[in-house]
Design a protein around this ligand. Structure first.
Ligand code: ATP
Ligand code: MG
Length: 428
Protein backbone atom coordinates (compact mmCIF):
# COMPACT_ATOMS: atom_id res chain seq x y z
CA UNK A 1 0.00 0.00 0.00
CA UNK A 2 1.10 3.57 -0.64
CA UNK A 3 2.15 5.81 2.25
CA UNK A 4 -0.76 7.30 4.09
CA UNK A 5 -1.08 11.02 3.48
CA UNK A 6 -2.31 13.19 6.31
CA UNK A 7 -3.53 16.78 6.62
CA UNK A 8 -1.11 19.64 7.22
CA UNK A 9 -0.37 20.19 10.91
CA UNK A 10 -2.74 22.72 12.49
CA UNK A 11 -5.24 22.36 9.64
CA UNK A 12 -8.26 20.29 10.53
CA UNK A 13 -10.84 18.26 8.68
CA UNK A 14 -14.36 19.07 9.82
CA UNK A 15 -16.39 15.90 9.54
CA UNK A 16 -19.97 14.88 10.18
CA UNK A 17 -21.56 14.82 12.66
CA UNK A 18 -19.44 17.75 13.92
CA UNK A 19 -19.95 19.66 10.67
CA UNK A 20 -23.65 19.98 11.59
CA UNK A 21 -22.61 22.29 14.45
CA UNK A 22 -20.73 24.42 11.95
CA UNK A 23 -23.72 24.59 9.64
CA UNK A 24 -26.00 25.53 12.50
CA UNK A 25 -23.66 28.33 13.59
CA UNK A 26 -23.35 29.59 10.01
CA UNK A 27 -27.11 29.55 9.69
CA UNK A 28 -27.45 31.65 12.87
CA UNK A 29 -24.80 34.02 11.57
CA UNK A 30 -26.52 34.57 8.23
CA UNK A 31 -29.82 35.26 10.01
CA UNK A 32 -28.03 37.77 12.26
CA UNK A 33 -26.46 39.55 9.28
CA UNK A 34 -29.85 39.85 7.65
CA UNK A 35 -31.36 41.46 10.74
CA UNK A 36 -28.65 44.11 10.73
CA UNK A 37 -28.61 44.62 6.96
CA UNK A 38 -25.10 43.25 6.30
CA UNK A 39 -24.51 41.77 2.84
CA UNK A 40 -22.20 38.91 2.01
CA UNK A 41 -18.85 39.54 0.33
CA UNK A 42 -16.53 36.77 -0.93
CA UNK A 43 -12.97 37.70 -1.68
CA UNK A 44 -10.09 35.42 -2.77
CA UNK A 45 -8.17 33.36 -0.22
CA UNK A 46 -4.91 34.42 -1.87
CA UNK A 47 -3.99 38.10 -1.99
CA UNK A 48 -0.86 40.03 -3.01
CA UNK A 49 1.55 39.99 -0.04
CA UNK A 50 1.97 43.81 0.02
CA UNK A 51 -1.74 44.14 0.88
CA UNK A 52 -1.10 42.68 4.33
CA UNK A 53 2.33 44.24 4.82
CA UNK A 54 0.88 47.66 4.11
CA UNK A 55 -2.53 47.08 5.66
CA UNK A 56 -1.69 45.31 8.92
CA UNK A 57 1.72 46.91 9.44
CA UNK A 58 5.22 45.57 8.92
CA UNK A 59 5.97 45.23 12.63
CA UNK A 60 3.07 43.04 13.72
CA UNK A 61 2.97 39.39 14.80
CA UNK A 62 1.01 38.43 11.73
CA UNK A 63 3.29 40.04 9.16
CA UNK A 64 6.56 39.28 10.96
CA UNK A 65 5.98 35.61 11.65
CA UNK A 66 2.54 34.20 10.89
CA UNK A 67 1.90 34.58 7.15
CA UNK A 68 1.93 31.77 4.63
CA UNK A 69 3.66 33.62 1.81
CA UNK A 70 5.04 32.22 -1.41
CA UNK A 71 6.04 33.21 -4.89
CA UNK A 72 3.85 32.32 -7.81
CA UNK A 73 6.10 29.89 -9.68
CA UNK A 74 4.75 31.10 -13.02
CA UNK A 75 5.49 34.80 -12.72
CA UNK A 76 7.24 35.42 -9.41
CA UNK A 77 4.33 37.41 -7.91
CA UNK A 78 4.51 37.57 -4.12
CA UNK A 79 1.33 36.04 -2.71
CA UNK A 80 -0.06 35.28 0.76
CA UNK A 81 -2.84 33.07 2.09
CA UNK A 82 -5.07 35.60 3.84
CA UNK A 83 -4.33 35.75 7.61
CA UNK A 84 -7.38 37.98 8.12
CA UNK A 85 -9.96 39.49 5.82
CA UNK A 86 -10.39 43.17 6.63
CA UNK A 87 -7.57 44.13 4.26
CA UNK A 88 -9.05 41.95 1.50
CA UNK A 89 -12.53 43.41 1.90
CA UNK A 90 -11.15 46.94 1.84
CA UNK A 91 -9.09 46.11 -1.26
CA UNK A 92 -12.20 44.80 -2.99
CA UNK A 93 -14.24 47.84 -1.95
CA UNK A 94 -11.64 50.15 -3.47
CA UNK A 95 -11.11 48.03 -6.59
CA UNK A 96 -14.84 47.99 -7.36
CA UNK A 97 -15.59 51.56 -6.19
CA UNK A 98 -18.13 50.11 -3.78
CA UNK A 99 -18.26 53.27 -1.68
CA UNK A 100 -19.11 55.67 -4.51
CA UNK A 101 -22.76 55.92 -3.45
CA UNK A 102 -22.27 55.76 0.30
CA UNK A 103 -21.36 53.33 3.04
CA UNK A 104 -21.60 49.56 2.77
CA UNK A 105 -22.32 46.98 5.42
CA UNK A 106 -20.55 43.73 4.57
CA UNK A 107 -19.85 40.35 6.15
CA UNK A 108 -17.77 37.31 5.27
CA UNK A 109 -17.35 33.78 6.56
CA UNK A 110 -14.28 31.83 5.57
CA UNK A 111 -10.90 30.23 6.19
CA UNK A 112 -7.87 32.23 7.36
CA UNK A 113 -4.27 31.04 7.62
CA UNK A 114 -1.62 31.82 10.20
CA UNK A 115 1.59 29.96 10.91
CA UNK A 116 1.22 29.71 14.69
CA UNK A 117 1.94 26.96 17.16
CA UNK A 118 -1.19 24.77 17.07
CA UNK A 119 -2.98 24.50 20.42
CA UNK A 120 -6.48 24.82 21.78
CA UNK A 121 -8.19 27.74 20.02
CA UNK A 122 -5.18 28.34 17.79
CA UNK A 123 -4.88 26.63 14.43
CA UNK A 124 -3.02 27.24 11.19
CA UNK A 125 -6.17 27.12 9.13
CA UNK A 126 -9.06 28.55 11.10
CA UNK A 127 -12.33 30.20 10.27
CA UNK A 128 -13.61 33.66 10.87
CA UNK A 129 -16.84 35.44 10.44
CA UNK A 130 -16.34 39.16 10.13
CA UNK A 131 -18.32 42.32 9.60
CA UNK A 132 -17.08 45.53 8.02
CA UNK A 133 -19.11 48.75 8.08
CA UNK A 134 -17.29 50.77 5.42
CA UNK A 135 -17.80 54.47 4.89
CA UNK A 136 -19.43 55.07 8.27
CA UNK A 137 -17.48 57.42 10.52
CA UNK A 138 -19.76 57.97 13.50
CA UNK A 139 -19.88 56.19 16.85
CA UNK A 140 -23.28 54.71 15.95
CA UNK A 141 -21.50 52.34 13.57
CA UNK A 142 -19.05 51.29 16.30
CA UNK A 143 -21.98 50.61 18.61
CA UNK A 144 -23.85 48.72 15.90
CA UNK A 145 -21.05 46.25 15.18
CA UNK A 146 -20.30 45.68 18.87
CA UNK A 147 -23.96 44.95 19.53
CA UNK A 148 -24.14 42.53 16.61
CA UNK A 149 -21.72 40.30 18.46
CA UNK A 150 -23.85 40.62 21.57
CA UNK A 151 -26.93 39.66 19.57
CA UNK A 152 -25.11 36.54 18.40
CA UNK A 153 -24.29 35.48 21.97
CA UNK A 154 -27.97 35.89 22.76
CA UNK A 155 -29.08 33.96 19.67
CA UNK A 156 -26.77 31.11 20.61
CA UNK A 157 -27.65 31.13 24.30
CA UNK A 158 -24.14 32.09 25.42
CA UNK A 159 -24.07 34.01 28.65
CA UNK A 160 -20.58 34.70 29.92
CA UNK A 161 -18.86 36.66 27.19
CA UNK A 162 -17.71 40.01 28.48
CA UNK A 163 -16.80 43.16 26.61
CA UNK A 164 -13.56 45.13 26.87
CA UNK A 165 -13.14 48.40 25.02
CA UNK A 166 -10.52 51.06 24.55
CA UNK A 167 -9.77 53.98 22.28
CA UNK A 168 -6.61 54.26 20.22
CA UNK A 169 -7.43 57.80 19.10
CA UNK A 170 -5.98 59.16 15.87
CA UNK A 171 -2.40 59.04 14.50
CA UNK A 172 -1.43 62.47 15.89
CA UNK A 173 -2.46 61.48 19.40
CA UNK A 174 -0.67 58.18 19.03
CA UNK A 175 2.54 59.95 18.02
CA UNK A 176 2.63 61.90 21.28
CA UNK A 177 1.88 58.75 23.25
CA UNK A 178 4.52 56.85 21.32
CA UNK A 179 7.28 59.16 22.52
CA UNK A 180 6.17 58.69 26.13
CA UNK A 181 5.97 54.95 25.61
CA UNK A 182 9.50 54.72 24.23
CA UNK A 183 10.82 56.78 27.15
CA UNK A 184 9.07 54.44 29.62
CA UNK A 185 10.39 51.27 28.02
CA UNK A 186 13.89 52.72 27.56
CA UNK A 187 13.98 53.51 31.26
CA UNK A 188 13.34 49.80 31.93
CA UNK A 189 15.25 48.37 28.99
CA UNK A 190 16.61 45.49 31.10
CA UNK A 191 13.06 44.13 31.48
CA UNK A 192 12.31 44.01 27.77
CA UNK A 193 12.41 40.70 25.94
CA UNK A 194 14.15 40.40 22.57
CA UNK A 195 11.01 41.06 20.58
CA UNK A 196 10.12 44.15 22.59
CA UNK A 197 13.65 45.49 22.21
CA UNK A 198 13.41 45.01 18.48
CA UNK A 199 10.04 46.80 18.37
CA UNK A 200 10.96 49.59 20.77
CA UNK A 201 11.57 52.12 18.03
CA UNK A 202 9.73 50.58 15.11
CA UNK A 203 6.38 49.94 16.83
CA UNK A 204 6.35 50.44 20.60
CA UNK A 205 2.54 50.20 20.78
CA UNK A 206 2.88 46.53 19.80
CA UNK A 207 4.83 45.92 23.01
CA UNK A 208 1.58 46.55 24.92
CA UNK A 209 0.10 43.57 23.06
CA UNK A 210 2.84 41.18 24.28
CA UNK A 211 1.80 37.77 25.49
CA UNK A 212 4.97 37.40 27.60
CA UNK A 213 3.84 37.09 31.24
CA UNK A 214 7.22 38.38 32.47
CA UNK A 215 6.52 41.74 30.87
CA UNK A 216 3.00 42.31 32.17
CA UNK A 217 4.04 44.52 35.10
CA UNK A 218 6.11 46.72 32.87
CA UNK A 219 3.28 46.98 30.37
CA UNK A 220 0.78 47.77 33.11
CA UNK A 221 2.92 50.65 34.30
CA UNK A 222 3.29 52.15 30.81
CA UNK A 223 1.75 55.56 30.03
CA UNK A 224 -1.80 55.19 28.84
CA UNK A 225 -2.89 56.37 25.41
CA UNK A 226 -6.17 57.53 26.97
CA UNK A 227 -4.28 60.41 28.59
CA UNK A 228 -3.19 61.67 25.16
CA UNK A 229 -6.58 61.70 23.49
CA UNK A 230 -8.01 65.05 22.36
CA UNK A 231 -11.54 66.26 22.75
CA UNK A 232 -12.92 64.82 19.50
CA UNK A 233 -11.54 61.35 20.21
CA UNK A 234 -12.88 61.40 23.74
CA UNK A 235 -16.28 62.46 22.47
CA UNK A 236 -16.36 59.59 19.99
CA UNK A 237 -15.39 57.12 22.71
CA UNK A 238 -17.96 58.55 25.14
CA UNK A 239 -20.70 58.17 22.54
CA UNK A 240 -19.84 54.49 22.08
CA UNK A 241 -19.85 53.93 25.84
CA UNK A 242 -23.18 55.77 26.22
CA UNK A 243 -24.70 53.54 23.55
CA UNK A 244 -23.59 50.49 25.54
CA UNK A 245 -25.10 51.99 28.69
CA UNK A 246 -28.34 52.69 26.83
CA UNK A 247 -28.83 49.01 26.00
CA UNK A 248 -27.55 47.79 29.36
CA UNK A 249 -24.39 46.22 27.95
CA UNK A 250 -21.69 46.14 30.60
CA UNK A 251 -18.08 46.77 29.54
CA UNK A 252 -14.64 47.27 30.99
CA UNK A 253 -12.43 50.00 29.65
CA UNK A 254 -9.07 48.29 29.25
CA UNK A 255 -6.40 50.91 28.53
CA UNK A 256 -3.95 48.11 27.55
CA UNK A 257 -6.15 46.81 24.78
CA UNK A 258 -4.35 47.68 21.54
CA UNK A 259 -5.11 44.70 19.24
CA UNK A 260 -2.67 43.11 16.85
CA UNK A 261 -2.91 45.23 13.73
CA UNK A 262 -1.68 48.76 13.06
CA UNK A 263 -4.79 49.80 11.17
CA UNK A 264 -6.95 50.54 14.20
CA UNK A 265 -8.03 54.06 15.22
CA UNK A 266 -10.51 55.20 17.88
CA UNK A 267 -12.58 52.33 19.28
CA UNK A 268 -11.09 48.86 19.72
CA UNK A 269 -12.84 46.05 21.54
CA UNK A 270 -12.70 42.38 22.42
CA UNK A 271 -15.34 39.92 23.54
CA UNK A 272 -13.71 37.53 26.02
CA UNK A 273 -14.85 34.33 27.66
CA UNK A 274 -13.33 32.78 30.78
CA UNK A 275 -14.29 29.32 29.49
CA UNK A 276 -11.68 29.10 26.75
CA UNK A 277 -8.43 28.91 28.65
CA UNK A 278 -5.53 30.97 27.34
CA UNK A 279 -7.26 31.78 24.02
CA UNK A 280 -10.18 33.62 25.61
CA UNK A 281 -10.83 36.24 22.94
CA UNK A 282 -13.73 35.09 20.80
CA UNK A 283 -14.18 38.29 18.85
CA UNK A 284 -11.97 41.31 18.30
CA UNK A 285 -12.30 44.43 16.27
CA UNK A 286 -12.43 48.17 16.07
CA UNK A 287 -12.40 51.23 13.90
CA UNK A 288 -9.86 51.62 11.09
CA UNK A 289 -10.31 55.06 9.59
CA UNK A 290 -6.88 55.12 7.93
CA UNK A 291 -6.95 51.73 6.23
CA UNK A 292 -8.79 52.58 3.01
CA UNK A 293 -6.30 55.33 2.26
CA UNK A 294 -3.33 53.09 3.23
CA UNK A 295 -4.45 50.54 0.66
CA UNK A 296 -4.72 53.18 -2.05
CA UNK A 297 -8.34 54.33 -1.87
CA UNK A 298 -9.90 57.70 -1.34
CA UNK A 299 -9.96 58.20 2.46
CA UNK A 300 -13.02 56.54 4.02
CA UNK A 301 -13.73 55.39 7.56
CA UNK A 302 -14.59 51.86 8.60
CA UNK A 303 -15.28 49.71 11.64
CA UNK A 304 -15.67 45.97 12.05
CA UNK A 305 -14.69 42.79 13.83
CA UNK A 306 -13.46 39.28 13.25
CA UNK A 307 -14.64 36.28 15.22
CA UNK A 308 -13.06 32.84 15.40
CA UNK A 309 -15.64 30.16 14.65
CA UNK A 310 -13.57 27.43 16.33
CA UNK A 311 -13.58 29.46 19.53
CA UNK A 312 -17.32 30.09 19.34
CA UNK A 313 -17.92 26.37 18.84
CA UNK A 314 -15.62 25.52 21.75
CA UNK A 315 -17.54 27.99 23.89
CA UNK A 316 -20.83 26.37 22.90
CA UNK A 317 -19.39 23.01 23.86
CA UNK A 318 -18.15 24.31 27.23
CA UNK A 319 -21.59 25.82 27.82
CA UNK A 320 -23.37 22.55 27.03
CA UNK A 321 -25.21 24.10 24.09
CA UNK A 322 -25.82 21.71 21.23
CA UNK A 323 -27.03 22.25 17.71
CA UNK A 324 -30.52 20.86 17.18
CA UNK A 325 -30.20 17.48 15.51
CA UNK A 326 -31.79 17.15 12.09
CA UNK A 327 -32.49 13.48 11.36
CA UNK A 328 -34.19 12.52 8.08
CA UNK A 329 -37.98 12.36 8.06
CA UNK A 330 -38.03 8.90 6.58
CA UNK A 331 -35.84 5.95 5.61
CA UNK A 332 -36.83 4.00 2.49
CA UNK A 333 -36.44 0.25 2.90
CA UNK A 334 -35.95 -1.78 -0.30
CA UNK A 335 -36.64 -5.47 0.26
CA UNK A 336 -36.08 -6.27 -3.38
CA UNK A 337 -33.68 -4.76 -5.92
CA UNK A 338 -36.26 -5.34 -8.69
CA UNK A 339 -38.57 -2.84 -6.97
CA UNK A 340 -36.23 0.11 -7.47
CA UNK A 341 -38.04 1.45 -10.49
CA UNK A 342 -41.29 1.63 -8.48
CA UNK A 343 -39.79 3.02 -5.25
CA UNK A 344 -37.47 5.61 -6.63
CA UNK A 345 -40.25 7.69 -8.15
CA UNK A 346 -42.09 7.83 -4.81
CA UNK A 347 -38.90 8.71 -2.92
CA UNK A 348 -38.09 11.48 -5.41
CA UNK A 349 -41.64 12.81 -5.12
CA UNK A 350 -41.30 12.99 -1.31
CA UNK A 351 -38.00 14.85 -1.62
CA UNK A 352 -39.55 17.19 -4.14
CA UNK A 353 -42.11 18.36 -1.60
CA UNK A 354 -39.31 19.02 0.86
CA UNK A 355 -39.07 15.89 2.97
CA UNK A 356 -35.71 14.46 3.92
CA UNK A 357 -35.66 10.85 2.81
CA UNK A 358 -32.69 8.55 3.15
CA UNK A 359 -32.97 5.72 0.65
CA UNK A 360 -31.36 2.44 1.54
CA UNK A 361 -28.35 1.58 -0.58
CA UNK A 362 -26.52 -1.72 -0.60
CA UNK A 363 -22.87 -2.48 -0.19
CA UNK A 364 -20.81 -4.82 -2.35
CA UNK A 365 -22.89 -7.78 -1.08
CA UNK A 366 -26.26 -6.40 -2.23
CA UNK A 367 -29.12 -4.72 -0.38
CA UNK A 368 -29.10 -6.90 2.74
CA UNK A 369 -32.14 -8.32 4.54
CA UNK A 370 -35.11 -6.46 6.00
CA UNK A 371 -33.76 -6.80 9.51
CA UNK A 372 -30.47 -5.12 8.73
CA UNK A 373 -32.25 -2.43 6.73
CA UNK A 374 -34.55 -1.70 9.67
CA UNK A 375 -31.47 -1.41 11.88
CA UNK A 376 -30.05 1.21 9.53
CA UNK A 377 -33.40 3.02 9.47
CA UNK A 378 -33.36 3.12 13.27
CA UNK A 379 -29.76 4.32 13.42
CA UNK A 380 -30.49 7.12 10.95
CA UNK A 381 -32.84 8.73 13.48
CA UNK A 382 -35.66 8.85 10.89
CA UNK A 383 -39.16 9.02 12.34
CA UNK A 384 -40.64 6.74 9.69
CA UNK A 385 -39.61 3.72 7.68
CA UNK A 386 -41.12 3.42 4.22
CA UNK A 387 -41.33 -0.25 3.35
CA UNK A 388 -41.57 -0.92 -0.37
CA UNK A 389 -42.35 -4.65 -0.01
CA UNK A 390 -43.60 -6.74 -2.93
CA UNK A 391 -47.11 -7.19 -1.38
CA UNK A 392 -47.49 -3.46 -0.86
CA UNK A 393 -46.15 -2.61 -4.30
CA UNK A 394 -48.52 -5.11 -5.91
CA UNK A 395 -51.40 -3.02 -4.47
CA UNK A 396 -49.74 0.24 -5.58
CA UNK A 397 -48.98 1.03 -1.94
CA UNK A 398 -46.08 1.68 0.42
CA UNK A 399 -46.15 0.78 4.12
CA UNK A 400 -45.41 3.76 6.39
CA UNK A 401 -44.13 2.52 9.74
CA UNK A 402 -43.53 4.94 12.65
CA UNK A 403 -40.14 4.20 14.23
CA UNK A 404 -40.20 6.48 17.28
CA UNK A 405 -43.67 5.80 18.57
CA UNK A 406 -44.06 2.19 19.69
CA UNK A 407 -47.86 2.52 19.99
CA UNK A 408 -48.48 3.91 16.52
CA UNK A 409 -49.64 1.54 13.82
CA UNK A 410 -48.24 1.04 10.35
CA UNK A 411 -50.41 2.42 7.54
CA UNK A 412 -50.56 1.87 3.79
CA UNK A 413 -50.31 4.88 1.50
CA UNK A 414 -50.76 5.10 -2.32
CA UNK A 415 -47.55 5.36 -4.36
CA UNK A 416 -49.23 7.36 -7.06
CA UNK A 417 -50.47 10.18 -4.80
CA UNK A 418 -47.48 10.98 -2.60
CA UNK A 419 -48.43 14.66 -2.33
CA UNK A 420 -51.69 13.64 -0.59
CA UNK A 421 -49.97 12.07 2.39
CA UNK A 422 -46.42 13.53 2.47
CA UNK A 423 -47.51 15.98 5.19
CA UNK A 424 -48.05 13.06 7.57
CA UNK A 425 -44.27 12.51 7.57
CA UNK A 426 -43.39 16.08 8.29
CA UNK A 427 -42.04 16.94 11.69
CA UNK A 428 -44.99 18.15 13.77
P1 ATP B 1 -4.91 36.16 19.63
O1 ATP B 1 -4.60 37.28 20.52
O2 ATP B 1 -5.68 35.06 20.29
O3 ATP B 1 -3.72 35.69 18.84
P2 ATP B 1 -5.57 37.89 17.49
O4 ATP B 1 -5.55 39.23 18.09
O5 ATP B 1 -4.41 37.43 16.69
O6 ATP B 1 -5.93 36.77 18.56
P3 ATP B 1 -7.47 38.64 15.47
O7 ATP B 1 -6.46 38.76 14.43
O8 ATP B 1 -8.08 39.84 16.02
O9 ATP B 1 -6.91 37.72 16.66
O10 ATP B 1 -8.63 37.64 14.98
C1 ATP B 1 -9.95 37.71 15.47
C2 ATP B 1 -10.37 36.41 16.07
O11 ATP B 1 -10.01 35.31 15.25
C3 ATP B 1 -9.73 36.06 17.41
O12 ATP B 1 -10.38 36.72 18.43
C4 ATP B 1 -9.93 34.57 17.47
O13 ATP B 1 -11.25 34.26 17.86
C5 ATP B 1 -9.72 34.18 16.03
N1 ATP B 1 -8.35 33.69 15.79
C6 ATP B 1 -7.24 34.42 15.56
N2 ATP B 1 -6.18 33.63 15.34
C7 ATP B 1 -6.63 32.35 15.41
C8 ATP B 1 -6.04 31.06 15.24
N3 ATP B 1 -4.75 30.93 14.92
N4 ATP B 1 -6.81 29.96 15.39
C9 ATP B 1 -8.13 30.08 15.70
N5 ATP B 1 -8.75 31.27 15.85
C10 ATP B 1 -8.02 32.39 15.71
MG1 MG C 1 -2.74 36.20 17.12
Amino acid sequence: MADKLVAVKGMNDILPPDSARWEWLEHKLRALMRRYGYLNIRTPIVEPTPLFVRGLGEVTDIVEKEMYSFEDSMNGDKLTLRPENTAGVVRAAIEHSMLYDGGKRLFYIGAMFRHERPQRGRYRQFHQVGVEALGFGGPEADAEVILMARALWRDLGLTDVRLEINSLGVPDERRAHRAALIAHFEAHAEQLDAEARRRLHSNPLRILDTKNPAMQDLVNAAPQLMGFLGEASLRHFDAVKSAMDAVGQAYTVNPRLVRGMDYYTHTVFEWISPKLGAQGTVCGGGRYDGLVEMIGGKPAPGVGWGMGLERVLDLLLQSGIEAPSRPPDAYAILPDAQALSLTIAAVEALREVGLAVLMHAGGSAGLGGMKSQFKKADASGARFALVFGSDELAQGMVAVKPLRDAGAAQVLRPLAAVADWAHELRNA
